[in-house]
Design a protein around this ligand. Structure first.
Ligand code: AGP
Length: 622
């Protein structure tokens, strides 16, 4: 997923753009470039393959200056990751340049048409077509100006895009448009910013808004004008982003992912606070702005999500059905949107998303809204598309999650789902006040338990990882509410260490996976125990049997257990203890060893933990 930064104002644009692109490196890229108009009105472009430091080396040898311009980190889709294909791309006369995130599906036909009118192309990319289209409109009608030519160009392209363009002939002006991938606009004093994500702008301004699909913006030193697809002026909903810029930095950790794993207690605390009363057990979700009466009456819930967020949705199903007794169906968003789902106006549609921009999840939300469902999002990014299209949002307050592998957002999503389940139980009277107080108390104790687990000196994940650095396959097993954590543990390992891993319901071992067991196969088994919970005890005993089956076939067992569990320890090859907790909150704790084991194995294997190959932080294309 590409990174975009544009600036117009009084600062040195090169500094603003390069620092902004650095904050977007987590998005993954393979080349970078910058275009600046100097005070003589000359377009200066510098581009380089590979990492941002290569572009900085080019700039050091051949500096440029100016106070408006734009930059880009490219994740190659059309055309190899070469300097020629790096953005920004220019028009034939070199007076217009463009950066782009997305895909222009009809670029070839447009390119052929332009080539008939002596447009010369320098790259294999779809993006370059946009610069030539703007130029072509200006050739035919110079009175259009950049704004008008850009508006006409948007009518010609099909696909999805976050686009930013400028012209050397119209000083101190940028134009931007969005259809799909996010575009965030930052407002400063005598300066304006545009980027593909919030962290790029945080050190300059907290006043930001996301463009909506179909909208176009014109940025100048005096501010930003926004219009919708019909050309009507739009007043944007400016958000005050409360994220601390430091949170978007590594803060002394080797990787963003490790920092974010250790930020989880704070993320859970911030997601919980001001939403519960320890005294009364009441849960407050006023910010959701859907009438409480609705929550007392709707019939069922559908949850759509992708990847890790889908695992959070599976945990949410257990929580909501257990606490509020409301039927919940969970779907991959990419499946939901194409299976003609059975939705009625009394169905509550939920989406869970860290970014709030995932294309499949957005499409699932829109599908449900077309069928008159009320909708609720659990999201981590203020003002993201999903939060503006859903009827209500429960924000996770995990702060910016930079690592591609989701960690603190995931545990915060599970806590948000827990809060929602308790809220439903409260409104539908499926729990007594004492029961609510019990759950709220356990929830408020969770961050301390997470900190204790994260800082347990007896668990040496780095040492443990040396046993598995050459493994080619892993199996993760869990039962009940920890089955989704087995899935999540497998996803964490495969996406950052590139080791194949599979999560499975422990009870399914006899139905096939037992055939996999041998002395080379590590099997991670979650077998925590809430000794006050009869169902937990039963689940624990059954899982203990699964561990015996694995050990009987010389399988290697890494067991995640509750502190003091000697029985499982006696059977396992390796044991990681987590603090005691209620059954329903155990997934938040059992997730942490999964994250750290995957992290240390990936580091030992020399993988790019924060930017794993082939992955993007937010999948804004199908
Ligand atoms: C999680 O580790 C992955 N990076 C990925 O599966 C992610 O959870 C998925 O793409 C959904 O993203 P979202 O939460 O921003 O919608």
């Amino acid at each position: 997923m590409c990174g975009i930064v544009g600036y117009v104002g009084n600062q040195q644009v090169v500094d603003v753009v390069i620092e902004g692109l650095r904050k977007l490196e987590y998005r993954g890229y393979d080349s970078a470039g910058i275009a600046v108009i100097n005070r003589d009105g000359e377009m200066q472009v510098r581009r380089a393959e590979g990492k941002l430091r290569n572009l900085e080396n080019v700039l050091a040898k051949n500096p440029i200056e100016g106070d408006y311009g734009l930059g880009h980190t490219r994740w190659a889709t059309h055309g190899r990751p070469t300097e020629e294909n790096a953005h920004p791309h220019r028009s034939s006369d070199g007076r217009i340049c463009v950066v782009h995130n997305g895909i222009i599906e009809n670029y070839l036909e447009l390119k052929r048409e332009l080539q008939k009118h002596d447009h010369r192309f320098q790259s294999e990319t779809d993006t370059e077509v946009v610069a030539h289209l703007i130029e072509n409109h200006l050739r035919q009608n110079p009175n259009l100006g950049l704004e008008g030519a850009f508006r006409e160009t948007l009518k010609q392209i099909r696909g999805i895009y976050a686009l930013v363009a400028l012209s050397a002939d119209e000083p101190n002006k940028l134009v931007a448009a969005r259809l799909g991938p996010p575009v965030v606009i930052g407002l400063g004093e005598g300066e304006s910013f545009v980027a593909s994500d919030i962290p790029a702008l945080l050190e300059h301004t907290r006043n930001m808004f996301f463009l909506n699909d179909g909208e176009m913006a014109v940025l100048t030193r005096d501010g930003v004008k926004v219009e919708n697809a019909k050309g009507e002026a739009v007043t944007p909903q400016v958000q005050r982003i409360t994220w601390d810029p430091i949170q978007a930095e590594k803060g002394g950790f080797k990787h963003f992912m490790l920092k974010e794993i250790y930020e989880q207690p704070r993320a859970v605390r911030d997601t919980t606070q001001n939403r519960v009363s320890l005294d009364t057990g009441r849960v407050y979700l006023d910010e959701v702005n859907i009438p409480a009466a609705y929550f007392r009456s709707f019939s069922d819930i559908k949850i759509a999500a992708c990847g890790t967020a889908w695992h959070a949705a599976l945990v949410g199903k257990y929580l909501i059905e257990e606490l509020a007794r409301v039927p919940v169906e969970v779907d991959y968003a990419s499946e939901f949107r194409y299976r003609n789902p059975l939705l009625t106006p009394s169905t509550l549609m939920m989406v869970i998303s860290q970014s709030g921009e995932t294309a499949d999840t957005l499409a699932a939300l829109r599908e449900a809204k077309e069928k008159a469902c009320r909708s609720l999002a659990i999201c981590n990014v203020q003002g993201a598309m999903m939060t503006r299209e859903a009827d209500g949002t429960i924000y996770t307050h995990a702060g910016p999650e930079i690592g591609v592998a989701s960690t603190k957002a995931f545990t915060s999503q599970m806590v948000a789902a827990y809060l929602f389940a308790l809220y439903l139980a409260q409104e539908r009277n499926t729990l007594t006040q004492d029961q609510l107080k019990w759950h709220v108390r356990h929830l408020s104790e969770l961050p301390v338990k997470m900190e204790k687990l994260l800082n347990n000196p007896e668990i040496d994940y780095e040492d443990l990882s040396k046993h598995f650095v050459l493994s080619s396959d892993f199996l993760y097993l869990g039962r009940g509410i920890n089955f989704p954590i087995a899935l999540e543990g497998a996803l964490k390992l495969k996406e950052i260490s590139y080791i194949h891993a599979e999560g499975y319901a422990a009870g399914e071992m006899k139905h096939g996976p037992n055939a996999l067991i041998d002395s080379r196969l590590p099997v991670v088994v979650i077998n925590t125990l809430d000794s006050d919970d009869e169902k937990s005890k039963l689940r624990y005993e059954k899982t203990l049997s699964n561990i015996q089956e694995v050990r009987a076939r010389d399988g290697i067992v890494v067991a995640i257990v509750t502190e003091g569990d000697q029985d499982t320890r006696d059977m396992a090859s390796f044991t990681i203890e987590v603090p005691p907790s209620s059954e329903l909150l155990s997934p938040v704790l059992s997730t942490i060893p999964m994250q750290l084991l995957a992290y240390h194995i990936a580091v030992r294997r020399g993988c790019d933990v924060d930017q794993p190959r082939n992955l993007a932080k937010s999948v804004t294309v199908e």
